[in-house]
Ligand binder design. Structure first.
Ligand code: TPP
Length: 659
């Protein structure tokens, strides 16, 4: 271990952060300065990676959960030889740079996850760790070990104060993810104040009680940090590890170090004196030849380690061609049509709630797509997404396909994101629709980072019934629909459920929510299954065409499809029935297609959905009518509530006649 050069690199990384923050007059200096020695040990010694191959399968995954300290990761990626240039550091936080304010997945080579909303990264790291465990269990053979990497996250007080982190920490301990190390940048400072203003946790005891290995180190002592990291990486005692690193925030800028002022950009006002104090030239963005040479040599040895692994990988590929194909696909190479080809059409007498149908479909699809894994927040019995022959994920059964998240919806969302960032498996998570809000911040990040995560949200609408308004989502589905990049399906018939799942799995560049009912819905066998499937994949379609001159269009999603079908029968041959299971997918169709389904000339349009009405107006227009529920629900049997709130075929008939 070259202590001198690591300390020198740490100081130069400090200089890079000071210069970058100074150049754009914004950003956070506290963490990059306070964790400089930790960065030197991670990137200069401990982490396994190859800067020339940022997606190397067996690299260690590093997640900067405290994303506000983004200059930390950019500096270290630059120093270690990733495609992050000195000019990129100079462009920190500028338009179209690959060094955005907070780390963004897909923007910067070496950035594994989009972070910034505190706590999420800890959940992501737990997802990466699960993915790593599962990859080892599924793909390693007795002859060839191709996965044995570790996951390291760096988080501060802010991340750890967040509830999502607590859920994820508990989950990681319980699931014995000993390939996970969390470095806690314990600097006793948050944004507004010293940390003791808002926290008094005894961290060691806390982590111990959650089944973690704990160690406290001086975060500025490269030897101590290195020893702790090496011990954590090599441990396989069924416990994740936390390294509580005591650090001085903004170390290197005496005017603000150790105080809340050190957290943000204000230290940059003292850029020159700080650099002088650190023994750095004032010219800016300085890296010494010795540090450059150290990292160049290191990149070579890391590349050699990668090349060595590649030999094992090639031998493994040759010996296991099917597994190799599966691994390469990450479960993302099937079209919806190919997926649907293996799901038999539902029998004429089939009748179930769409949640039950969802269970049938996930079991059929999981046979075709071995990378599919699914979890539930203690509601498998209700959400019905258990993969029957998939086994349960655990330390002993890393290949298990069912994840018991416990009542931890938010961590479920963040962990699914971590699994999806890793790209080896296709995760989904389930809970009641009304609790989607509990994981909404993670859904938003999945959409922002284009992650193919699927959500199974059952018990949609006031149709839930007796559990009452606390459990009856009215605004939830529309609330999900307004998240850019999230597809929300509310299928109304078994074939629509099958197609919705196929559409979700086909999608590789964003998340999908499947919103499913508790109550039975019709199986509309008089409409060809192919129409229902293909139509669902278009998001909205003509479910039943008028047989006379078109005068009225009825539209609905989910369980209200039955109502417009019945209403159309009563109204007459001039009525068109349009099913709209996925508004986002419909919106992406061509204008010609959309007009063919909802012709501009037909102004008499009625939409019905058991939820808030707002989003439907763009489909019905100002001369139409929307039957929605713009209030909270009622505790009573589902059909009674539906009737009471105007969600029946008769209400549709009345609305159509009133136009
Ligand atoms: C969910 C969330 N809430 C609030 C913020 C705003 N914020 C950014 S950093 C920070 C303080 C974090 O404190 P700490 O983790 O101790 O970071 P340090 O001061 O050590 O850099 C806050 C409140 C955020 N990014 N995410």
């Amino acid at each position: 271990m070259n202590i001198e050069i690591l300390n020198k690199a740490a100081n130069e990384a400090r200089g890079l952060a000071i210069d970058a923050v100074h150049a754009c007059s914004s950003g956070h200096l506290g963490l990059p300065l306070g964790c400089a020695e930790i960065g030197a040990v991670l990137f200069g010694e401990t982490l396994t990676f190859d800067p020339a191959a940022p997606k190397w399968l067996n690299r260690d995954r590093f997640v900067l959960s405290a994303g506000h300290g983004s200059m930390f990761i950019y500096s270290w990626l630059h120093l270690s030889g990733y495609e992050v240039s000195l000019q990129d550091l100079k462009n920190f936080r500028k338009l179209h740079s690959n060094t955005p304010g907070h780390p963004e997945f897909n923007e910067t080579p070496g950035v594994e996850a989009t972070t910034g909303p505190l706590g999420q990264g800890i959940g992501n790291a737990v997802g990466f760790a699960m993915s790593g465990k599962r990859a080892a269990a599924v793909y390693n053979t007795s002859e060839h070990e191709i996965f044995n990497h570790n996951v390291v996250a760096l988080a501060g007080d802010g991340c750890l104060q967040e509830g999502v982190a607590k859920e994820a920490i508990e989950f990681a301990g319980h699931n014995q993810l000993d390939n996970l190390t969390l470095i806690y940048d314990s600097n006793d400072v948050t944004l507004d104040a010293m940390a003791d203003m808002t926290q008094g946790v005894q961290s060691e005891k806390y982590f111990e009680s959650q089944g973690w290995n704990t160690v406290v180190v001086d975060g500025h002592d490269v030897v101590a940090v290195s020893e702790a990291l090496t011990a954590a990486k090599s441990n396989n005692n069924g416990k994740p590890s936390v390294i509580i690193a005591k650090t001085l925030i903004a170390k290197g800028i005496p005017e603000v170090a150790g105080t809340a002022k050190g957290h943000g950009e204000s230290g940059a006002n003292f850029a020159d004196s700080a650099k002088e104090g650190l023994g750095l030239p004032l010219s800016g963005f300085y890296i010494s030849d010795e540090v450059k040479a150290f990292f160049t040599a290191q990149a070579e040895s890391k590349a050699a380690a990668h090349a060595e692994w590649q030999k094992t990988f090639s031998a493994w590929t040759e010996a296991n061609p099917e597994l190799a194909e599966q691994l390469a696909s990450g479960g993302t190479n099937e079209s919806a049509d190919a997926l649907l080809a293996n799901i038999p059409v539902f029998a004429d007498d089939y009748a179930d709630a769409t949640r039950g149908t969802g269970g049938v479909v996930i079991n059929a699809l999981s046979k075709q797509v071995p990378q599919m894994i699914t979890g539930s927040a203690d509601l498998y019995g209700s959400t019905k997404n258990y993969i029957k022959d998939g086994g349960d994920f655990s330390l002993e059964n890393g290949a298990g396909r069912n994840i018991w998240f416990g009542i931890r919806e938010h961590a479920m969302g963040a962990i699914c994101n971590g699994i999806a960032y890793d790209g080896l498996f296709r995760p989904s998570g389930a809970t009641f629709c009304v609790f989607a809000d509990y994981l909404r911040p993670s859904i938003r990040l999945a959409a922002l980072a284009n992650l193919p995560v699927n959500y199974i949200f059952t018990h949609d609408s006031v149709g839930v019934g007796e559990d009452g308004p606390t459990h009856q989502p009215v605004e939830t589905v529309s609330g999900l629909r307004v998240i850019p990049g999230l597809d929300v399906y509310r299928p109304g018939d078994p074939e629509e459920v099958a197609a919705a799942w196929a559409g979700a799995l086909e999608r590789n560049d964003g998340p999908t929510a499947l919103v499913l009912t508790r109550q039975k819905v019709g199986n509309h066998t008089d409409v060809p299954a192919s129409t229902r499937r293909e139509g669902t994949l278009k998001g909205g379609y003509i479910f039943k065409k008028e047989t006379g001159d078109l005068k009225v269009i009825l539209m609905a999603s989910g369980s209200e499809l039955d109502h417009i079908v019945n209403a159309a029968k009563e109204l007459g041959d001039f009525v068109r029935v349009v099913s709209m299971p996925c508004l986002e997918r419909f919106d992406r169709q061509s204008d010609d297609y959309k007009k063919s389904v909802i012709p501009c000339g037909t102004k008499k349009r009625v939409a019905i959905e058991a939820g808030v009405s707002g989003l439907w107006w763009k489909y019905v227009g100002s001369e139409g009518a929307v039957l929605g529920i713009d209030r909270f629900g009622i505790s009573a049997p589902g059909d009674v509530v539906m009737k009471e709130l105007g969600m029946t075929a008769d209400d549709v008939v009345a609305a159509a006649n009133s136009l």
